[in-house]
Design a protein around this ligand. Structure first.
Ligand code: NAG
Length: 81
């Protein structure tokens, strides 16, 4: 393999990687765009409804959330991809 063909291979590879990441937002790390501080009386369910976020997305954005132990002042992610 010549020097120029291996560098164009690297170019194609990086292009493929960029395309994969930009067209598959659900794969890889979730990106949080809005956070919300939990208020008195709120539950996971009321937050999901209030911010009209899909539950699977909510859970993906908050992988460590414990919905039976949610507390006032806790920061949760309510929008992102
Ligand atoms: C979630 O919170 C509840 C109530 O505080 C607790 O009993 C339970 O063990 C917690 N679950 C996890 C997975 O941390």
């Amino acid at each position: 393999m010549t020097k120029s063909s291996s560098s164009s291979f690297a170019l194609v590879l990086s292009f493929l990687l960029i395309t994969m990441f930009s067209t598959a937002p659900t794969a890889g790390f979730p990106i949080c765009s809005t956070i919300h501080g939990v208020q008195v009386g709120e539950t996971c369910f009321s937050i999901i409804q209030k911010f009209a976020i899909e539950q699977p997305l909510f859970l993906r954005l908050n992988p460590n959330i414990n919905c039976s132990g949610i507390f006032v002042g806790q920061w949760v992610c309510v929008n992102g991809r």
